[in-house]
Design a binder for this molecule. Structure first.
Ligand SMILES: Nc1nc2c(ncn2[C@@H]2O[C@H](COP(=O)(O)OP(=O)(O)OP(=O)(O)O)[C@@H](O)[C@H]2O)c(=O)[nH]1
Ligand SMILES: [Mg+2]
Length: 218
């Protein structure tokens, strides 16, 4: 008789994430898990990419409800955008991504961007099979988020500080925020961007190209 093996939800998520990653890598798709507070500018940056990042990419957007953000991305010119409604869940899981992959043709894609549910806590603990986890902060959120929500910043390889166009009108100590990020990860790459003006996004796009080249030249 087969013995039932109980594994935790986290372990099960990890097994599926590893399968997702193997699939992405076998197709040459570099995958990015984007995590940040509600309203920090995740979708706005992806909209900017539709017109300025000259590579083949698809986007999966997780929200508790609605397909508003994937519709925005489609309207900005990238037809390869897909919504996942979590129905209440505060983060995406590897299983949700695996299910959504049935609708996405990975052949000919260079990148897959996953916009996680707006939240600084839960999404950071669930691997989706990505090659790069990035955190997005924004100036109006205040400059203590890295100190208050460290889990994400321990794991993120890159941090985008968005809405940099608002720096002059907010009390925001950007140098201290960068120091706070480096306490958790001395190697972290930090970008100052504005999805509104496009400032700093070319540097972010270059990092994506460099990282993909590095992964697939091994
Ligand atoms: N001034 C300024 N506003 C921005 C910038 N980026 C985004 N916004 C605005 O911020 C608001 C929220 O932006 P979204 O892109 O929807 O943020 P999000 O992180 O995708 O939000 P959720 O999906 O709800 O978590 C919108 O009104 C954007 O126009 C920026 O760089 N500068
Ligand atoms: Mg969004």
């Amino acid at each position: 008789m087969k013995k039932k093996v109980n594994i935790s939800a986290q372990d099960r998520n990890q097994l599926i994430a590893d399968d997702n990653r193997k699939l992405f890598e076998s197709k040459g798709v570099f995958t990015i898990n984007i995590i940040g507070s509600p309203g920090c500018g995740k979708t706005s940056i992806l909209e900017h990419m539709s017109n300025h990042f000259d590579e083949q990419f698809a986007v999966v957007v997780g929200d508790v409800k609605t397909a508003l953000d994937s519709d925005r991305i489609i309207n900005s010119g990238n037809k390869n955008a897909f919504a996942i409604e979590t129905g209440g869940g505060c983060h995406l899981s590897a299983q949700m991504i695996q299910n959504k992959l049935k609708e996405i043709n990975l052949d000919h894609l260079d990148y897959l961007f996953i916009e996680n549910v707006g939240n600084l806590i839960c999404p950071s603990s669930f691997d989706l099979g990505e090659n790069l986890k990035i955190a997005i902060l924004s100036i109006p959120e205040g400059d203590e988020k890295v100190r208050k929500y460290p889990t994400l910043f321990i794991r993120a390889a890159a941090v985008i500080i968005n809405k940099i166009d608002l720096l002059g009108v907010m009390d925001y100590d950007i140098e201290r925020v960068k120091q706070d990020c480096r306490v958790h990860n001395t190697e972290v790459k930090i970008f100052e961007t504005s999805a509104k003006t496009g400032q700093g996004l070319d540097e972010w796009y270059q990092l994506l190209r460099d990282q993909r080249k590095y992964l697939f030249s091994e």
